[in-house]
Design a protein around this ligand. Sequence first.
Ligand code: NDP
Length: 336
Amino acid sequence: AKVLLTGGNGFIASHILDILLKRGYDVVTTVRSQDRGEKILERYPHVPSEQLSYVVVSDIAQVGAMDQAVRSTPPFDAVIHTASPFTQKWDDPVKDILEPALKGTVGTLESIKNHAPTVRRVIVLSSFAALINYISPPKVYDETSWNPVTWDAAVSNPRLTYPGSKTLAEKAAWDFIQTRSPSFDLVTINPPLVFGPTIHFVPGLDRLNTSNQRIRDLVQGTYRDTPLPPTGVYLWVDVRDVAEAHVRALKTPEAGGHRFLLTAGYFSNKNLADVISTTHPELKDRLPRDAVDDTPADVYGFDNEKAKRVLGVTYRSLEESVRVTVSSILEIADRS
Ligand code: NDP
């Protein structure tokens, strides 16, 4: 089968790509520039160009941006859309975060509908951020939970910009399925904070993907003498489990029309520090001395059963995930 993977150079997408290639899928991936595409190909010198190639889509928010990328010979069977901004720094919330997320997602669906009639399934990498409800939080988060954030709130409150981008993009994708009746169905994957090894090209630790940054900061001794920042989101999952869920969603017919909350469970920043001190005792001196666990006593519950049941996903432990994440951070530090 042949798959279009958007944003194939990203932290999570690189793992998706890796599994797809190992399982014999043919993959075309989109990137924003040629050098990013070449970096992907460099990782797979023995994979022929019929099995792996890239297309440059420089601005995913433009009308028709994906029209060329969705056309291929032989044609695509499925699309996995992961390209979307995930950063804590931006100049303009609309141009830099909200539009690429929203227009990128709807534009991709539109291009598939217009130019790729063989596509039967589209998988969108959404987020737990599209579930989080600060206004009236549910006792237990599951696939029925939706973030009530509005466009205006996402534009004006920087804390809601990224969650807003994921929520509004995912909502628009489900709306598209309902109102436009395309010949494909939709699956969304909704992970909370994702930790794990980096297999994509990272030029230096200052350019590490957003979700691994708190582990990097602990490893670098940032919180040795200063208090840990608030944990914020108390759920996590390993990147390899997230990637596996995407690939399983490709060939699980009954996944169609469903969201999947993927989480291995709770963590806190204090937890991360404790785990690092056991997996990498040589780093103990850099870790916080008197850290406090900030998990609220009445922290929300979660239900991660659906992904296990329907997709057969299993969840790696925090210790296993942190161990390999720290190792890959140390490798990048050594290299750069
Ligand atoms: P990365 O930053 O490593 O990957 C982001 C990908 O999206 C890159 O390929 C990046 O391309 C691309 N991208 C970013 N901005 C744009 C844009 N304006 N136009 C086109 N492409 C863009 O992060 P992750 O792998 O963690 O994130 C991938 C997806 O997973 C995102 O949709 C994110 O919201 C979602 N997610 C991540 C979680 C996490 O904890 N990591 C949790 C939940 C969801 P480039 O390299 O050119 O910038």
